[in-house]
Ligand binder design. Structure first.
Ligand code: SF4
Length: 217
């Protein structure tokens, strides 16, 4: 068993209600494959912002069918298409942060495909950490691939015959919503094509408590 599998297995053993967020990027799909090998039926949360690439929706549906995923599509109650044009912060908050944090209330462990190498904003990522939701509920957040390189992700996908999102073939290195994703602007930073280089995170990986604290100062 690899170190990543050991971390995931230890959490799964003590979790009654695990879930995994999946944007259907390579690391998410690899981490999901790893988890499903250990426990079937884990709920897979997809943040349907209504702004994804057509290719992402098609790939999601194909994989969901092929793997028999328990897919949970999370949408804002009243989506606001185009809100990103006036404020990407408000748009991410409405379409990603709020629906996710609300959904996470139903789980005790939240798996992600995050990796340190993805971005300077993730350089200090740890595999298992407590995550406090806006309600005050604390769940575990687990990123089994935290220390993996992109090569390890691709090697795992190849070894397990996992098809990846076709957008990688045309040069994307990090893939989110279509209006906020371009080819990388800095070859050393895979997430540099997100939000046209204006920000690196949408907010779902920032502790709500930390946001509240920074708003006070
Ligand atoms: S990534 Fe862009 S389109 Fe998607 S929710 Fe955030 S601002 Fe909106």
């Amino acid at each position: 068993m690899t170190a990543a599998q050991t971390v995931a297995a230890a959490v799964l053993e003590s979790s009654a209600s695990p879930c995994m967020t999946c944007s259907f990027q390579a690391e998410d799909v690899v981490a999901l494959h790893m988890l499903l090998e250990m426990r079937t039926g884990i709920e897979v949360l997809f943040l349907d912002t209504v702004h994804h690439f057509e290719q992402t929706y098609a790939y999601r549906d194909k994989l969901a069918q092929a793997w028999g995923l328990r897919l949970v599509n999370l949408r804002a109650a009243r989506p606001s298409p185009g809100l990103w044009q006036t404020s990407t912060d408000a748009c991410c908050a409405k379409h990603k942060v709020e629906p996710l944090f609300s959904a996470l209330e139903s789980y005790d462990a939240w798996f992600t495909g995050l990796r340190r190498e993805q971005s300077p904003s993730r350089a200090n990522l740890v595999e298992v950490e407590p995550f406090t939701l806006p309600s005050g509920k604390v769940i575990r957040k687990i990123s089994p691939l935290a220390r993996w390189s992109m090569k390890e992700v691709w090697d795992y996908a190849r070894a397990n015959e996992i098809p990846l999102l076709p957008l990688y073939e045309i040069g994307y290195t990090s893939i989110g919503c279509e209006p906020c994703t371009s080819l990388p602007l800095d070859p050393s930073n895979p997430r540099s094509g997100r939000w046209h280089g204006q920000k690196l995170e949408c907010g779902i990986h920032v502790q709500p408590a930390a946001v509240a604290e920074s708003n006070k100062s």
